[in-house]
Design a protein around this ligand. Structure first.
Ligand SMILES: Nc1ncnc2c1ncn2[C@@H]1O[C@H](COP(=O)(O)OP(=O)(O)OP(=O)(O)O)[C@@H](O)[C@H]1O
Length: 350
């Protein structure tokens, strides 16, 4: 049975439609809702939690309709755990009391103490953390405690709203992996809202890509990356330069020259060129297009180079992923070449 099913969910604030007919099936496991700031992700979570009521559409949790047919089920009876962005812990309670907060058995019972121990182990915190105050923990540890508290009453579904956004890069990755392990071990179904594509692709079983209140694609991380539903998904997830072209029998005539394409019928298309398909070479290498380096982002393990192709009527900027050694300087003249088959979408696709 589907753990969470959202159908035709629509919500406006005043005259602004924030969610516009969202359909989402969460079979179990971890689903990431990935989208830019303001696209409606938090509103979707708040509707599922029951903090807001939809204007139209319905929400089912397992075999129960909780919104959209008859009287809505109040949040406390939805069997949902909620992990907000930060500052979620009660500052005046120690970790044990925070984790035990939602337990029916009362915070001080032997059953509650056992459950707190189990939960701390699940989120990979030492038993000694139980007696600490929240301010004595790092940001990552605090988010693990927030998850332990959400999981303690054995919810069917856990909702996590950008739970790692306040953490720095290293801690963010480590905490994300620990949280995903704990969620899997608990068996709870989870919906994680994030604007971070790396987080969504690396942690989730299913990724729902959202833009302007709609879901553009719901699929596995590899499917979303390798077979994006349209140019918007291709350029948002993993980045892609969109280049207009005309395709005939698997080859597109484009400002970059003839390009092998996949996925397009003959006609006007948009090519989605991934950074790993762009090779940067010396300016005078035969068969290359000449380009000027606009911007370089150095990441240590590798770098990305944004370069503008020169000598074409259309303005074409390509981004290349290059190894960390021998990164060109901004302003340098280089050669660029597109390798492999490039994704192509009909020109009017979204
Ligand atoms: N209670 C509210 N009243 C009016 N407008 C709201 C309310 N809640 C959200 N909005 C608006 O709805 C839009 C979507 O907000 P939402 O918080 O769902 O987006 P989001 O994708 O979670 O963004 P972020 O990642 O920045 O939190 C925004 O334009 C926001 O200003």
């Amino acid at each position: 049975m589907t753990a969470l099913r959202v159908t035709g969910l629509t919500k406006s604030f005043g005259s602004v439609r924030v969610l516009d007919g969202v359909d989402l099936d969460v079979p179990g496991g971890l689903t990431a809702v990935l989208g830019a700031s303001g696209c409606g992700k938090t509103t979707l979570l708040r509707l599922v939690a029951g903090f807001l009521e939809p204007d139209a559409g319905s929400i089912r949790l397992g075999d129960r309709a909780v919104s959209g047919s008859g009287r809505p089920v109040p949040p406390r009876r939805r069997r949902i755990g909620y992990v907000p962005q930060e500052g979620a812990l009660f500052p005046h309670l120690d970790v044990a009391a925070n984790v035990a907060f939602g337990l029916a058995s009362g915070r001080r019972s032997a059953a509650a103490r056992r459950r707190v121990e189990e939960m701390l182990e699940l989120v990979e915190l030492p038993r000694s953390a139980a007696a600490r105050q929240p301010h004595e923990l790092s940001g990552g540890q605090q988010q693990r405690v927030a998850l332990a508290r959400a999981l303690a009453p054995r919810p069917d579904v856990v909702l996590l709203d950008e739970p790692f956004s306040s953490l720095d890069a290293g801690l963010r990755e480590e905490t994300g992996r620990a949280v995903a392990r704990a969620l899997r071990a608990s068996g709870a179904t989870a919906v994680l809202v994030t604007h971070d594509q790396g987080e969504a692709l690396s942690l989730a079983d299913q990724v729902a890509v959202m833009a302007a209140g709609r879901l553009l694609q719901v699929a596995s991380p590899s499917e979303v990356y390798l077979n994006p539903a349209g140019p918007a998904v291709a350029s948002f997830v993993g980045h892609a330069a969109l280049v207009p072209a005309a395709a005939v029998a698997g080859v597109a005539a484009s400002p970059l020259g003839p390009i092998q394409v996949r996925g397009a019928r003959d006609g006007r298309v948009l090519l989605a060129v991934r950074p790993e398909q762009v090779v940067v070479t010396a300016e005078d290498e035969p068969g290359c297009l000449r380009a000027e380096v606009l911007e370089v982002s150095f990441f240590g393990h590798d770098a990305t180079v944004r370069a503008r192709v020169v000598g074409t009527d259309d303005l074409v900027d390509l981004t290349a992923r290059v190894s960390a050694s021998g990164v060109p300087e901004p302003g340098a003249q280089v050669g660029v070449r597109v390798v492999g088959e490039v994704l192509a979408f009909p020109e009017d696709a979204r």
